[in-house]
Write a protein that binds this ligand. Structure first.
Ligand code: FCB
Length: 457
């Protein structure tokens, strides 16, 4: 019997036993899990942490059910238990992010020693568990104080981010070698500037400025890390997925969306130029030499992937396109995201071909409205089926020539899921929020079993 399957549920047992093929993957393939600071840490007012833009959104009641990140998974206090969970999984790597406002409460200026000391303890504990820390500098929790000064829309943000990166590099660079500059920059710039709703072209302009500054901040951070952290391995993490037209007449809209969603960061970062469809919009915000500042040598491409999205032309929308209907027959996950493992395989091949970097899948997983069963267990067969199909597709992509080096599941724990709050669960571990009890789901045991098998091959 496998651990945790309770023994009573044959279907669950069979589901757990059926692994995905992994024989096409490299011998040094890395299996991991991902989280982010705001989504799990809680302790938002403790030990001198400053507010972030996501604290503000919570206070403004903009999150479903009026949820906030105040407690989240209380990882700030419970991290040793969470690392023990990772050891049980057998992961080789853990991707987490540093909360900028925890180490620099005002985003710049005087560092906050207790905040820095938290990440010392965390990193030391990860290393002591035999797991490699993968540190992401920015997973969306910008300090409110610098957002108030214009955030990414002002060019000063490049210097603020470089200084923050230097603080992190100097403090942790003796122990951390894997760094991601940004998590999904296209998502926070698109959605942070009103993707979907119409009116005001001035705001479209703000977004183009923000895109360019985030790209410059990426380049500046790479330079800081290269000079301060010997043997560092650096990438940027992109949410890259097919942007498909809802109907044949939406083809142009889907192409425009592809440029914004998929290409506006990796193209200048890897090829030194913006996608042709967006050049004219971004050019007014550029200064001589900027493209060279953005295109710094990288070690890997971070791919977050869940499924394709469909788009339609919408003359009333700010950028001329909007989410559109899906053709009949498209398979959906319980939270209505498209499930399409073939698109995952194709994306891995596209990214390998277009960017010529080793690829790490830094996020993949399935969201659901999981509820414990009568016995207090979480037999999430649907998630297992999703992961099995996606990992099989990754194996197919590797066999077809994609250069894939690792795979991180989103997420170790159920957590604060941005605008959806705690209503949506992506974890391999169920979190009972009132008690903060961690209950490994069936998918947790399945992944542990898969890693063990894959590493023995
Ligand atoms: C990604 C985010 C991550 C999480 C997953 C479900 O876009 O990077 O924080 O919300 O989606």
């Amino acid at each position: 019997m496998l651990p945790g399957d309770g023994g009573g549920n044959t279907a669950a047992r069979d589901s757990i036993r059926a692994l995905a093929p992994t024989t096409g993957l490299r011998r040094d393939f890395i299996w991991g899990v991902s989280t982010s600071s705001f989504q799990i840490e809680g302790a938002t007012r403790e030990d001198g942490r400053g507010p972030s833009v996501w604290d503000t959104r919570g206070q403004q009641g903009l999150i479903a059910n009026h949820d906030t990140g105040d407690i989240a998974c209380d990882h700030y206090h419970r991290y040793p238990k969470d690392i023990a969970l990772m050891q049980r999984l057998g992961v080789q790597a853990y991707r987490f992010s540093v909360a900028w406002p925890r180490v620099l409460p005002h985003g710049r200026g005087a560092p906050n020693e207790p905040g820095l000391a938290f990440y010392d303890r965390l990193i030391d504990a990860i290393l002591a568990a035999g797991i490699e820390p993968w540190l992401c500098l920015y997973h969306w929790d910008m300090p409110q104080a610098i957002d108030d000064l214009g955030g990414w829309t002002v060019r000063d943000s490049v210097g603020w981010f470089a200084d923050y990166t230097a603080l992190i590099a100097n403090r942790y660079g003796d122990r951390v070698k894997r760094f991601a500059t940004f998590n999904e920059p296209s998502i926070f710039t698109l959605f942070g500037h009103g993707f979907g709703d119409g009116e005001n072209p001035v705001n479209a302009d703000r977004m183009h400025r923000a895109i360019h500054h985030v790209n410059l901040a990426h380049g500046a951070a790479v330079d800081v890390l290269r000079t301060r952290v010997p043997a560092s391995s650096i990438g940027c993490i992109h949410n890259y997925q097919p942007c498909l037209p809802s109907t044949p007449s939406d083809t142009l809209a889907a192409k425009l969306c592809d440029a914004y969603w998929n290409r506006v960061y990796p193209d200048p970062q890897c090829h030194g130029d913006y996608p042709p469809l967006l050049r004219a919009a971004i050019e007014p915000h550029m200064q001589p030499g900027d493209l060279a500042r953005i295109q710094r040598p990288l070690d890997w491409f971070g791919l977050n992937h869940y499924g394709p999205s469909y788009f339609k032309a919408d003359a009333g929308a700010r950028f001329g396109f909007n989410f559109g209907g899906r053709p009949p027959g498209v398979k959906l996950t319980p939270i209505d995201w498209v499930m399409d493992p073939v698109a995952f395989r194709d994306t891995l091949l596209t990214v390998t071909r277009d960017y010529r970097l080793p690829v790490y899948v830094t996020e993949n997983g399935m969201g659901s409205h999981d509820q414990l069963d009568a016995a207090g267990a979480m037999i999430d067969n649907e998630r297992i089926a999703y992961l099995r199909r996606y990992i099989s597709a990754m194996n197919d992509a590797a066999n077809a020539g994609a250069d894939i080096r690792g795979y991180f599941i989103w997420s170790l724990l159920d957590n604060f899921e941005w605008d959806s709050g705690y209503g949506v669960r992506f974890g391999l571990t169920y979190v009972d929020y009132p008690t903060q009890r961690r209950i490994p789901k069936a998918s947790f045991h399945w992944y542990a079993y898969l890693i063990k098998n894959a590493r023995q091959q």
